[in-house]
Design a protein around this ligand. Structure first.
Ligand code: ZN
Length: 191
């Protein structure tokens, strides 16, 4: 079922989502929520979605970049990943600047600094423990989604407010140079 995507200003986006117990994860309600989040992310053309964004305060996030994503055509593919109770750990100090947008912050983009390399640990929808290293733009996507579960939006991490644009303005003045830098980063560090 498609869910309404909550937008900035709603307090639910500012709350910390709570951990999901094993018993809850296997419940029909939680499995239906995961299905709804995947469907809603895909319908909106997003690269990820966190439970807060559909008004649920449980630590669940989904990420997927399948083929060419129209919102973010420079993002490398990411297989559908359902994360329950995810934790993220930075590897090294290296950071990069990335221009981000968010389904919950309509028509806004801005530049944030993200860690280049991170390790994510989570349970999948069946409760199986998973762990993996994510790099570059893909690492940025995971950091963005996990921020949501702590009530943090990308606009909080914009260090220079002068980088904030509408999508039309981004397309007009910034997209070409940003995409070139984004593709160079992917070529250098992988995903
Ligand atoms: Zn977002």
């Amino acid at each position: 079922m498609l869910r309404e995507i909550i937008t900035i200003g709603d307090p639910v986006l500012r709350e910390r989502a709570r951990e999901v117990t094993a018993a809850e994860l296997h419940s029909p309600r939680m499995q239906a929520l995961i299905d709804d989040m995947i469907e809603t992310m895909r319908a909106a053309g997003g690269a990820g979605l966190a439970a807060n964004q559909v008004g649920e305060l449980e630590r669940i996030a989904v990420v997927e970049v399948a083929g060419r994503n129209e919102r973010y055509p420079y993002k490398p593919p990411i297989a559908l990943t359902v994360m329950v109770n995810p934790v993220i750990e930075e590897i090294g100090e290296q950071r990069f600047e990335i221009n981000e947008g968010c389904l919950s912050v309509p028509d806004t983009r801005g530049v944030v600094a993200r860690h280049v390399n991170v390790r994510v640990r989570y349970r999948d929808r069946d409760g199986v423990l998973c762990s993996g290293v994510r790099r570059g733009l893909t690492a940025g996507t995971f950091q963005h989604e996990l921020d949501h579960l702590d009530g943090v939006l990308f606009v909080d991490r914009v260090t220079d407010p002068a980088t904030v644009t509408t999508w039309a303005q981004f397309d007009r003045d910034h997209r070409a140079s940003f995409e070139a830098r984004a593709r160079a980063l992917v070529a250098r560090v992988g995903s």
